[in-house]
Design a protein around this ligand. Structure first.
Ligand SMILES: [Zn+2]
Length: 256
């Protein structure tokens, strides 16, 4: 894989970073990433990843834009109300960077179809708004051996974690939420700038993970308090009884 002169120009400010360089830029170009949800988290992740030059970006969202989304979803405009978020996100990516192959998927992802939708990706970023979807996405990633960045923002609280099979997101939250939509924004509210903060962190985590920058962050969840304006990280122990990853082996670093 090589980078054209235009790509070298376009990405010059990150290729000049020794942690990225031409090798990291080629890793980004080779990466096939799936974004679950083109909402508040997706509105930060999709521009960051497509600007950075990921090769393929699948955008899974079955929802349409509503007026009440606009305070936290700057991918969209007033005139977009009623239109498909996945299709609008595709148009955004095409206008930003024609080197990114984006694919919109207007399907509600769940336990029945997650493995099929996520196969053939290298990394999944989950920005969906409920536990049932997040657990279904996590279980599929464990089954497929795909790295998962799981990000959520509600009220003033955010969390972002990188999971590589074991421990998994289910080890973190347990089984109680499989059929539970109790945490969605419509009921609890969310400050508009919060998903942008959490989504940008998720994008950075994804890019660092793809390029191999910094220490491996897998198995850690980063918690953001939007009132105190502070981050803290907690390490998640693998649950030996976990019904998703309990039987899988922890991948040695060299195979990650
Ligand atoms: Zn687990």
């Amino acid at each position: 894989m090589r980078l054209s002169d235009e790509e070298l120009d376009r990405y010059a400010r990150q290729i000049v970073l020794p942690q990225v360089g031409g090798i990291g830029q080629k890793k980004l170009k080779a990466a096939r990433v799936a974004m679950i949800g083109a909402g508040g988290i997706g509105s930060a992740v999709i521009p960051a990843l497509s600007g950075a030059g990921v090769g393929e970006l699948t955008i899974v969202d079955d929802d349409q834009v509503e007026l009440g989304n606009l305070h936290r979803q700057p991918l969209f405009r007033e005139r977009d109300a009623g239109y498909s978020k996945a299709d609008l996100a595709l148009q955004f990516v095409q206008r930003l960077n024609r080197f990114v192959k984006a694919t919109p998927v207007q399907v509600r992802i769940g336990a029945d179809n997650a493995a099929e939708l996520l196969a053939d990706h290298d990394l999944v970023i989950d920005g969906s708004d409920n536990f049932a979807t997040r657990l279904a996405v996590s279980d599929a990633c464990v089954g497929l051996g795909i790295a998962l960045v799981s990000a959520a923002a509600v009220q003033f609280q955010g969390q972002v974690g990188l999971f590589r099979s074991k421990p998994c997101y289910r080890c973190f939250v347990g089984d109680a939420f499989d059929s539970d939509d109790c945490d969605n924004c419509a009921e609890l509210g969310v400050l508009g700038a919060l998903p942008a903060t959490v989504g940008s962190f998720a994008a950075l985590l994804a890019i660092n993970s793809i390029c191999g920058i910094g220490e491996d962050q897998s198995g850690q969840v980063h918690l953001f308090d939007g009132e105190k304006l502070s981050w803290r990280a907690i390490r998640i122990p693998a649950d030996p009884e976990c019904r998703a990853c309990g039987l899988t082996l922890e991948l040695p670093i060299s195979l990650r």
